[in-house]
Ligand binder design. Structure first.
Ligand code: HEM
Length: 179
């Protein structure tokens, strides 16, 4: 997994639990002394071990932790990659165009970034359905990023996930409604 996710996880832990907690999380995950670089690919297994260790420390399941992480990191994503977005885009537009713009550029810059299987379809001016299927099963991250984007653009969104890979569905379906 891309270093950006690890660095955002560290920043999130520093902000929520203080700097010592990251070292503690690394130890709990059996990754003492490990360092993560932004523009580098790191093993998925390490991300999973860290998420489990930090989730246990915060008393959060991994879906809840990913949602909080996604919400936390959305402003940074916009700051770092905002130049790829149109100025007039708001929450639903950013989500609608993420695959074709941001994720595509991430893959072009770093070919080891996997094909992120996400498809967004507008269901109307205020609605969008995101379909996501990945062995990483990180739909929580998507839901959190959507909430973080909405916070940034001062919009209100309702999220529903009528199908989820974590509950055995072949893909996650996330309905997003602006109200
Ligand atoms: C705004 C700028 C964004 C940036 C810079 C960004 C960047 C990234 C990166 C670097 C990864 C890791 C990919 C890998 O290592 O293979 C990733 C994964 C992911 N992103 Fe984004 N992303 C952005 C927006 C979004 C949005 C808007 C959504 C959905 C609402 C989203 C959902 C996801 C999900 C679900 C994953 C995990 C994919 C998997 O299963 O491998 N991202 N993103």
């Amino acid at each position: 997994m891309h270093g950006l996710i690890f660095l955002e996880l560290k920043k999130f832990v520093d902000a929520r639990l203080g700097e010592a907690a990251w070292m503690e999380g690394l130890c709990r995950a059996g990754l003492q002394g490990r360092e993560y670089l932004l523009v580098q690919e790191h093993p998925d297994a390490e991300a999973l071990a860290l998420l489990a260790a930090i989730g246990a420390r915060m008393d959060l399941g991994d879906d809840a932790l990913l949602q909080q992480l996604g919400e936390f990191m959305a402003p940074d994503l916009l700051r770092m990659y905002g130049s790829l977005l149109k100025r007039e885009w708001r929450t639903l537009d950013v989500v609608e165009h993420t695959e074709a713009t941001i994720h595509r550029v991430m893959r072009a810059r770093n070919p080891s970034v996997g094909a992120i299987a996400m498809r967004a379809e507008r269901s109307g001016p205020d609605g969008l359905v995101l379909t996501y299927a990945s062995p990483r099963r990180m739909c929580g991250l998507a839901k959190g990023i959507v909430r973080g984007l909405a916070g940034h653009f001062r919009e209100r969104v309702r999220l529903e996930e009528p199908a989820c890979m974590r509950a055995g569905a072949p893909a996650c379906r996330i309905r997003i409604e602006r109200f």
